[in-house]
Design a protein around this ligand. Structure first.
Ligand SMILES: CC(C)(COP(=O)(O)OP(=O)(O)OC[C@H]1O[C@@H](n2cnc3c(N)ncnc32)[C@H](O)[C@@H]1OP(=O)(O)O)[C@@H](O)C(=O)NCCC(=O)NCCS
Length: 201
């Protein structure tokens, strides 16, 4: 059986659901504590944790609640990170976006095409109107990356919005609206198998 998920390509990047075949690649990236240090998940302790993530991603896509694809370098057939459109809220046509890239692959040009692919899919295929990106104020790399997104709105600092353990961290709310999205400002994106439940192979 194929994977019931779209494939969205931009430059070197293909976004598609991670399958069990790539569980070892996912584990190799997600076991690194440096990746999730500022995020709200623990480093994967075993391949089983990665398989759980893969299983949950498929269930969330199938139920229409989230799309949590891997970020693949399609020429190298290499998983370089993961991203997500989650908390899909059909009533308000909004969702949240999160991205992490494996340490060895950061700074290598994967982040921008990933954002372009996600936004195109969210606005043109999921018919969302607003994407939210929450970034901790003490994550300068992520803040710099967000400020470079064409059309991005910086809506303010939310106090103690992200909790890690016993500590609350202030976060900047960035938002990208479909109305502010101009495809011409972004690299080209190609979407295949976009209907939910499609067998994209
Ligand atoms: C945030 C993340 C996705 C960005 O991807 P990336 O490949 O590292 O992105 P880039 O290398 O293009 O860096 C983004 C910007 O930060 C700048 N930057 C890099 N290191 C930096 C640092 N230590 N301090 C400040 N800015 C920095 C870059 O110059 C670039 O700015 P530019 O676009 O104006 O040139 C990636 O670093 C990551 O996965 N980090 C760990 C998880 C995480 O924090 N995710 C975000 C949660 S909101």
């Amino acid at each position: 059986m194929g994977v019931p998920s779209p494939r969205v390509r931009c430059g070197p990047v293909e976004l598609r659901l991670v399958t069990p075949r790539a569980a070892h690649q996912l584990f190799a990236l997600a076991r690194d504590p440096a990746v999730s240090r500022q995020l709200q998940w623990e480093p994967h302790a075993s391949v089983d944790d990665s398989l759980t993530y893969i299983h949950d991603s498929l269930a969330l896509w199938t139920s229409g609640r989230a799309w949590m694809p891997g970020i693949f370098d399609h020429e190298r057939e290499q998983l370089v990170g993961c991203t997500s459109i989650s908390g899909i809220d059909r009533t308000n046509r909004r969702a949240e976006v999160g991205t992490w890239i494996g340490t060895a692959f950061q700074g290598a040009g994967y982040n921008r095409p990933t954002k372009a692919a996600l936004a195109t899919f969210a606005f043109e295929h999921l018919e969302l109107e607003r994407l939210e990106f929450l970034t901790r104020v003490d994550n300068p790399r992520s803040v710099a990356a967000m400020r470079g997104v064409p059309g991005i709105r910086e809506e303010g600092v939310l106090a103690s919005r992200i909790r890690v353990g016993d500590e609350g961290h202030d976060a900047i709310m960035f938002a990208l609206l479909a109305a502010d999205w101009r495809a011409a400002d972004w690299p080209d994106v190609q979407v295949d198998g976009a209907s939910q439940g499609d067998d994209a192979g």
